[in-house]
Design a protein around this ligand. Structure first.
Ligand SMILES: NC(=O)c1ccc[n+]([C@@H]2O[C@H](COP(=O)([O-])OP(=O)(O)OC[C@H]3O[C@@H](n4cnc5c(N)ncnc54)[C@H](OP(=O)(O)O)[C@@H]3O)[C@@H](O)[C@H]2O)c1
Length: 266
């Protein structure tokens, strides 16, 4: 098998589907995973036809411990190793922490934190041995600014992905493995439909704050190729990240207190 393989989680929609197309455009075979098998199959057909690369699909719920091993076993069963990993699957859990069920928070941490770390941990040794690897952890601008009320663990989980990516970037670079945290702001996808904030967020944000999923994925691909530890796509998002770093923490938190409720469901 000549071509490298990119594994994309959350490939059935939005930024993940866009990443699958970008890696295929750059000559990678792609392995697509998410829960909705039909979506994966139709994207795989489209990518095979359009870009002439091989595709693999594996339906898995990353909230289930053991799902990562099943995905990797499926790829190994096809005799494939993973050269690029895009940890992209994710969602928001609306509401105040205290009003949510622990089972839902536990599943959230499994998808947003444990599964991406487990995938990186299990794939890194092979990448290092072959002296080539690409890991993109899709974090968020929310991981670079203070937390807001509601969706309580979202910012925390994304901040963890940013710090994790930075450390891994420093550890793995010498082995030829590039690691990048991609920190998008508002992006057109199914994200705000799934967490039922579409109407609220649309009315609270100007169109210039939004990027298309393929712009975000293209920025992420370019950043991981260039081996940049953190990538914030889009000028407005870069400005927000810069301001959050410059102003005192308590000012930034006060800003989140007033602005956060405009686009978070509490
Ligand atoms: N859209 C934004 O404004 C925005 C901004 C910053 C960061 N992000 C981040 O970008 C990433 C992609 O989100 P998106 O905007 O593309 O949203 P999306 O269109 O809703 O796509 C989310 C993807 O994650 C998958 N997924 C969700 N739960 C899963 C589970 N339990 N097991 C396996 N796969 C699961 C979904 O597939 P199935 O439902 O088929 O399982 C889907 O493919 C997320 O990590 C999100 O936090 C998004």
């Amino acid at each position: 098998m000549d071509r490298r393989l990119a594994l994309v989680t959350g490939a059935s929609a939005g930024i993940g589907a866009a990443f699958a197309r970008i890696f295929a455009i750059h000559g990678y075979d792609v392995a697509l995973t998410a829960r909705r098998a039909e979506r994966l199959e139709s994207l795989a057909d489209e990518i095979r036809m359009q870009f002439g690369v091989e595709t693999l699909t594996v339906s898995a719920d990353l909230a289930r411990p053991g799902a990562v091993d099943e995905v990797l076993a499926h790829l190994a069963g096809h005799g494939r190793v993973v050269d690029a990993l895009v940890n992209n699957a994710g969602y928001g859990l609306p509401g105040r922490f205290v009003d949510t069920a622990w089972a839902d928070q536990q599943a959230f941490l499994q998808v947003m934190v444990t599964a991406p770390c487990e995938l990186a941990h299990k794939l890194l040794p092979g990448m290092a041995e072959r002296r080539f690897g690409r890991i993109v952890n899709v974090a968020s601008l929310a991981g670079l600014v203070p937390g807001a009320a509601g969706h309580t663990l979202y910012a925390a989980s994304k901040a963890l992905l940013v710090r994790f990516s930075q450390s891994l970037h420093l550890e793995a670079g010498a082995d030829g493995v590039h690691v990048t945290a991609l920190c998008p702001g508002f992006t057109y996808s199914e994200f705000h439909d799934v967490n039922r904030t579409r109407a609220q967020v649309s009315s609270a944000t100007p169109p210039w704050l939004w990027l298309e999923a393929d712009e975000v994925a293209a920025a992420g691909y370019e950043a991981v190729e260039a081996n940049r530890a953190v990538c914030v796509p889009g000028a407005p998002n870069k400005a927000i990240a810069a301001v959050a770093k410059l102003i005192p923490d308590d000012w930034a938190l006060a800003l989140m207190a007033s602005q956060g409720k405009r686009f978070r469901k509490v």
